[in-house]
Design a binder for this molecule. Structure first.
Ligand code: 13P
Length: 248
C-alpha cells in the first residue's frame, strides 16, 4: 500500500519567528492518520524546527551532491543525515531553471541522498511550450531517465516523485485532474516497465503546481495521484492542513 503524502515547500519564505509560529500551529492540528505530512523549510531552520517536529517530518529543499569540501553556501546529504532529516527535494524546476541544474547533477544528488539514507523527493515536469508542442510525456521521461536506468529496485523504492508542470507553479493555473492523472499513470507505467509492477505500485507520486484547498480533493481523488507538493498554500496553516485532509 502506498502512502498519502502532503509536503509543504516553503521555498525562500518566512523569517525565523514566523516559521516557528507556523510549525507550532501545525503541531496543534489534527491530520488523518493515513496522511504523512512533510515540511521543507529553508535549510537554516532545519536544526531548530527539528526539535519541534511532532506529527510531521522535515525535508531540505536542496543539497549539493558532494559530501563535503570547498562549496561555499552549500549543504550535503551527510549533514542532513547527521540531523536525522529524512527527506530532501531535488530537481525542483526553480533549481533547474535559475541555478542551471542538469539531469546529471540532479541524479548525483539523488545518489548522494540514497548513500546517506535520506529519501529524495524528485521533481519533474514540463514547460508550457513543451506541453503545447505535445512533448510533455517525452520531457518527463527524459528527466526520469537516470532514475530508471541507473538505480536498483531497492533504491527506487526510497524515492518520492513529484510531478510539477512548470507552467502551473505559482501561477494559479493547475493541470486538470485528468491531465495530471495521465502523467502520473505514465510515470508509474515507466517505473513498472523498468522495475516491477509491485515496486511501481508502492512509489508515491505527488502533484505540485497551484494545489489549493479548493482543488486538492479533485486532484487527490485520481488513482495515481498520492498527494501534493505544495508551495504558496503551505505558508498558511489552515490552507496546508485543509489540503492534507483532502483525501477521500
Ligand atoms: P505553488 O503551490 O505555489 O504553485 O508551488 C508549487 C511548488 O513549486 C512546490 O514545490
Amino acid at each position: 500500500m502506498r502512502r498519502n503524502i502532503v509536503t509543504g515547500n516553503w521555498k525562500m519564505n518566512l523569517n525565523h519567528s514566523d516559521s516557528t509560529r507556523l510549525i507550532d500551529e501545525i503541531n496543534t492540528k489534527e491530520i488523518h492518520l493515513d496522511v504523512e505530512l512533510i515540511v521543507a523549510p529553508p535549510s537554516i531552520y532545519l536544526s531548530s524546527l527539528h526539535k519541534k517536529q511532532h506529527h510531521f517530518s522535515l525535508s531540505a529543499q536542496n543539497i549539493h551532491f558532494e559530501e563535503n569540501g570547498a562549496f561555499t553556501g552549500e549543504i550535503s546529504a551527510e549533514m542532513l543525515s547527521s540531523l536525522n532529516i529524512n527527506y530532501a527535494i531535488v530537481g525542483h524546476s526553480e533549481r533547474r531553471s535559475m541555478f542551471h541544474e542538469t539531469d546529471e547533477i540532479i541524479f548525483k544528488k539523488v545518489k548522494s541522498l540514497l548513500k546517506y539514507n535520506v529519501n529524495p523527493i524528485f521533481c519533474c515536469g514540463e514547460l508550457k511550450e513543451e506541453r503545447e508542442e505535445g512533448r510533455a510525456f517525452e520531457v518527463v521521461s527524459n528527466q526520469l531517465n537516470y532514475l530508471l536506468s541507473d538505480l536498483k529496485e531497492d533504491q527506487i523504492r526510497k524515492i518520492i516523485i513529484a510531478y510539477e508542470p512548470v507552467w502551473a507553479i505559482g501561477t494559479g493555473l493547475t493541470a486538470s485532474p485528468e491531465d495530471a492523472q495521465k502523467m502520473h499513470k505514465h510515470i508509474r507505467e515507466s517505473l513498472a516497465d523498468q522495475f516491477s509492477l509491485k515496486t511501481a505500485e508502492n512509489i508515491a507520486i505527488l502533484y505540485g503546481g497551484s494545489c489549493k484547498p479548493e482543488n486538492a480533493k479533485d486532484i487527490f481523488s485520481q488513482e495515481d495521484i498520492d498527494g501534493g507538493l505544495i508551495g504558496g498554500a503551505s505558508l498558511d496553516c489552515n490552507s496546508f492542513l485543509s489540503i492534507a485532509n483532502s483525501f477521500s
